[in-house]
Design a protein. Structure first.
Length: 421
């Protein structure tokens, strides 16, 4: 593993429309939804449905900031096959009801090229509506395996690693670096994502370490802000030597993980485990906690210091320039990559027709800050490595924490079988 010390910072708040137009005009929105393809050089509007307010606003704000950087890069270079890109942002407010409303409003305005989704429920609700409405959607941070199996929609593509990939990667990390930890607890959000990855982690780790056991798991409602009772439940019954023998698997993220760390400090929650593996966790957690950041491993999509290629260098540089020196986090990467995928499909097909773009994107290879990646033709999963990085609080480091190591787990080690129903 390579030693790293740079860290990511939260992105700036998104705006309603970004691009060469001051606002999303009717001409720009209708061009993106045309069944015959828009005229050469006419603007194309991309619709973003992200959580821009509430306790998880940082997720949506980061993704929109990444989208804006990609759009600015593409437009500066002459557009996607000559088409300038414009961004129309809707706030889904971490609510599936709002997601559905946003989808209908975008489709009603003629915006057929959509991206976004904070939770699995968002994408599961949006995908069939987008498909039946004649649009297409790139899920930016939805991860449920259902989107590639029983709930597959032919117009939906997934940017983030799915739960199968993340669970496999986490189990491989646990077995390869912490094989002496045989007993695991779990804490995760109380919806399909948390339940799915906890079950998968147990199965995956048992295959690698048959002696592994699982003591207790606690699920926390996504909107909960008071965690004392959950922490007490999780820690009850831990043996006195747990800090030498037990591991903690977490699938919480953003405000929930930060809240657990802050409210768990008086319980020495993280100190009671030999290792903490946070599937779906990301650098913004350490940014929020600073020097109080416990030693923990993040297993997710992207850390800027883990990839070394020209596009990542440009992405980080342009993001820093647009966001006051802040470096992009995983969510910013996902927003950026979604825009780059749309641009690549338009370039490769020389069309903005939705059906043509769907056909082009299935099996398409395009450049990303992680290197060239491919949407698998059968189920539209992005074949992407999983990123692993370790953080710990350090009052002498910029931001109060440091990234001590980062590595990637190749797609060949985590790719699920094709199982489209």
């Amino acid at each position: 593993m390579r030693l790293r010390s740079r860290h990511a910072v939260a992105a700036a708040v998104g705006v309603i429309c970004v691009g060469t137009l001051a606002a999303c005009s009717s001409s720009s929105t209708s061009s993106s939804g045309s069944s015959s393809g828009s005229a050469s050089g006419s603007p194309v509007t991309l619709g973003a449905i992200e959580t821009m307010s509430g306790p998880f606003a940082q997720i949506g704000q980061s993704k929109v900031a990444g989208m804006k950087v990609a759009i600015n890069e593409i437009n500066k270079a002459g557009g996607a096959d000559g088409h300038k890109l414009v961004l129309s942002v809707k706030d889904e407010q971490a609510s599936t009801t709002a997601t559905v409303t946003d989808v209908r409003e975008l489709l009603g305005a003629g915006v057929k090229l959509i991206m976004g989704g904070t939770t699995d429920s968002d994408c599961l609700a949006a995908a069939p509506l987008v498909n039946s409405g004649g649009g297409m959607m790139l899920g930016t941070s939805c991860q449920t395996n259902l989107l590639e199996t029983t709930k597959f929609e032919p117009s939906f593509f997934e940017v983030a690693p799915n739960n199968y990939m993340l669970s496999k990667a986490t189990a491989q990390l646990a077995a390869s670096q912490f094989g002496n930890v045989k007993t695991w607890d779990g804490v995760g959000p109380d919806y399909s994502f948390g339940q799915e990855v906890w079950a998968s982690f147990q199965t995956d780790l048992k295959q690698l370490e048959p002696a592994a056991t699982f003591r207790k798991n606690v699920f926390i409602p996504l909107t909960e802000t008071q965690f004392s009772s959950y922490i007490s439940s999780l820690l009850s019954g831990l043996p006195a030597n747990s800090a030498q023998n037990n591991g903690l698997f977490m699938s919480t993220f953003s405000a929930t993980t930060v809240g657990l760390a802050k409210q768990g400090a008086s319980y020495n929650m993280f100190g009671k485990y030999k290792v903490v593996l946070n599937l779906g966790g990301s650098t913004p957690t350490a940014q929020a906690l600073g020097a109080s950041t416990p030693s923990m491993w993040f297993i997710y999509d992207y850390y800027n210091g883990a990839y070394h290629n020209a596009m990542n260098t440009q992405f980080v540089s342009d993001y820093e320039a647009a966001n006051g020196g802040q470096v992009p986090n995983a969510w910013a990467y996902e927003g950026y990559t979604a825009v780059q995928a749309y641009a690549a499909a338009i370039e490769q097909s020389h069309s903005t027709n939705v059906k043509t773009l769907i056909k082009t994107m299935a099996g398409m290879t395009f450049n990303t800050p992680k290197g060239p990646l491919t949407f698998r033709k059968q189920d539209h999963l992005l074949e992407s490595p999983v990123t692993v990085w370790h953080v710990v609080g350090d009052s002498t480091a910029p931001g109060g924490f440091k990234v001590t190591s980062s590595s990637t787990i190749p797609i060949s080690k985590v790719l699920p079988p094709v199982n489209v129903s």
